[in-house]
Design a protein around this ligand. Structure first.
Ligand SMILES: [Mg+2]
Length: 285
């Protein structure tokens, strides 16, 4: 076998490994192999759904919030007390949606509308008890979410079906046409209320970081270090979020291969070949 023919055969074999061949009733269809970018979420979803530690983090957040609320209730307040909560992964658990995509190597926004419209999400641990306690104590509860405006009806149904209080049109503020961030909705609430706490799984549930890069987001957290556990109640979401977008330069339109590469290139790792920690991508405090 000459060298060129051997190389051609090797290339052909490699190509075949990259392709899936399906045969239906005699007709053969060849499709390019899927990337594993959706499958890569499997561990994050497994941790979110099954780890007791994830549940404990939610309980910790809502327990701290209750202590803060009790402190506030002991003081006079000129304006009505209010709290502002994100919905997804802050009040409602969408991990069954994430799990389907992880199992089928798919990504958001595939099937998102179907999931929202099914209104089947359950509350995260601690949310229902805390929100009912806040409601009983006269606190105004605002759900500020970047779900689309046309998902209001299903969102309202989901919250109400789960016994979450104040799930009304006035208290659910979804993303409007002109809303780039949540800031204007926060300001509208703050005009007439004493907002005592913000709840979220993303920094943008609290404020707008000056820069949405990995470093900029980290700087934002350090700048607001004293707010966490007092005014800001942060909850866990390892499945997606602004942290992921930062890895891609906030450009989700890049290819799956580039996304996969960006995930890896941000890892700081110990190199056993030279006993050094290499590729330090996150600024130390
Ligand atoms: Mg969220």
């Amino acid at each position: 076998m000459n060298k060129l023919k051997k190389m051609t055969m090797e290339a052909g074999a490699a190509t075949l490994m990259m392709l899936s061949v399906f045969s239906f009733g005699g007709a053969t269809t060849v499709t390019a192999a899927k990337s594993d970018i959706g499958n890569q979420n499997t561990m994050a979803v497994a941790w979110y759904q099954t780890s007791a530690e994830c549940k404990a983090l939610y309980l910790q957040g809502y327990n701290v919030a209750r202590q803060n609320l009790d402190q506030s209730l002991a003081q006079p307040s000129a304006q009505p007390r209010a709290i502002i909560l994100d919905i997804d992964e802050t009040v409602l658990d969408n991990s069954p949606y994430q799990a389907y995509n992880a199992l089928h190597d798919e990504q958001f926004p595939n099937h998102w509308n179907a999931w929202v419209n099914a209104a089947e999400a359950k509350p995260v641990p601690g949310a229902k008890d805390f929100l009912n306690y806040a409601n009983q104590n006269g606190v105004q509860i605002y759900y500020v979410s970047d779900r689309a405006a046309n998902q209001l009806k299903a969102t309202k149904k989901n919250l109400a079906d789960q016994g979450l209080p104040q799930a009304t049109d006035d208290h659910i503020m979804l993303k409007g046409k002109n809303d780039k961030t949540k800031e204007s909705r926060r300001q509208a609430i703050e005009q007439n209320n004493n907002v005592i706490m913000f709840f979220g799984d993303s920094l943008t549930d609290f404020n707008d970081p000056q820069s949405a890069s990995v470093k900029g987001r980290y700087n934002d957290v350090m700048k607001n270090a004293n707010q966490f556990g007092s005014k800001y109640i942060i909850l866990p979401c390892p499945m997606y979020g602004g942290w992921e977008g930062a890895l891609y330069g906030n450009d989700y339109s890049i290819s799956d291969a580039k996304k996969s590469q960006a995930r890896k290139s941000h890892l700081t790792y110990f190199n056993p070949k030279n006993n050094k920690v290499e590729n330090k991508t996150v600024t130390e405090p």
